[in-house]
Ligand binder design. Structure first.
Ligand SMILES: Nc1ncnc2c1ncn2[C@@H]1O[C@H](COP(=O)(O)OP(=O)(O)OP(=O)(O)O)[C@@H](O)[C@H]1O
Ligand SMILES: C[C@H](N)[C@H](N)CCCCCC(=O)O
Ligand SMILES: [Mg+2]
Length: 229
């Protein structure tokens, strides 16, 4: 089995990447696919009973996965402090190794139809002195979906991110909005503006959910563009 991958990036930290990753996983699972989640690098972790570092995003992706997978394969780089990755790694006396991310991704891909890979923070977040989140999709040879956290300021962040994705020669499947701000004014008009200005299609807009979960998010997604070759 050699599955396909999709990289989920976003306009910022806290923009809805994890929730949307879970929703995409659920939507694919509803279509009968075997799906695994991955969070290659996570900063901001707790200790489990054995003293291992566990990140909440990675744990949620592991729980949504179609089959049991070792935590360390889903999240090969876990750091305690909720900082930019090079800082979090330095505090732990470690350096992020992109080779190990590719090895873990290959293991997941061999066990599933799809691997949904969540980024960390936004597109330009560095991982080492010379490797950034923006290098990961081409490193893993997978296309990208852009998550837009719908709040005032997101138009600028979304357009800048999309421009950079295209300049970086990364295939962009489309974008998904998530209503992180329940009080946002003119969210519908903002989505219409984004649809007009962004170069790729909108695959869904998630309203502000009182109880966010994968199944609820899946209802608002059109994942057909993922399936086309
Ligand atoms: N449509 C929505 N309705 C309600 N809550 C939402 C919605 N989208 C996101 N949230 C909430 O906003 C918070 C941030 O979302 P999420 O954790 O998915 O962002 P992220 O981009 O993955 O963040 P990080 O950079 O930490 O990985 C979460 O508490 C999530 O449940
Ligand atoms: C802790 C947080 N939730 C993310 N895991 C890390 C976000 C890093 C952002 C780096 C930056 O752009 O300043
Ligand atoms: Mg997340």
């Amino acid at each position: 089995m050699t599955g396909r991958g999709v990289f989920i990036t976003g306009t910022d930290t806290g923009c809805g990447k994890t929730l949307i990753s879970l929703g995409i996983m659920a939507a694919l699972q509803q279509r009968g696919y075997t799906v695994l989640g991955m969070k290659p690098v996570a900063s901001g972790c707790d200790r489990d009973a054995q003293g291992g570092l566990i990140n909440a995003d990675a744990r949620a992706l592991q729980a949504q996965s179609s089959r049991p997978v070792a935590y360390s394969t889903i999240n090969p780089f876990a750091f305690a402090l909720p900082l930019a990755p090079p800082l979090a790694a330095a505090h732990a006396g470690r350096i992020i190794q992109p080779d190990l991310i590719r090895t873990a991704y290959a293991q997941l891909r061999n066990q599933a139809d799809w691997v949904i890979v969540e980024g960390i923070g936004g597109w330009r977040v560095p991982l080492t002195a010379d490797f950034a989140v923006s290098d990961l999709p081409n490193w893993l040879e997978i296309p990208v979906i852009l998550t837009v956290g719908l709040r005032l300021g997101c138009v600028n962040h979304a357009l800048l991110t999309a421009e950079r994705l295209i300049a970086d020669r990364v295939p962009l499947i489309g974008w998904i909005g998530s209503s992180v701000d329940p009080d946002m004014v003119a969210a519908d008009e903002t989505c219409a503006l984004l649809t007009e200005l962004l170069p790729r299609p909108c695959l869904g807009v998630i309203p502000h959910l009182t109880a966010p979960n994968a199944g609820a998010v899946a209802e608002y997604l059109d994942i057909t563009p993922l399936e086309s070759p």
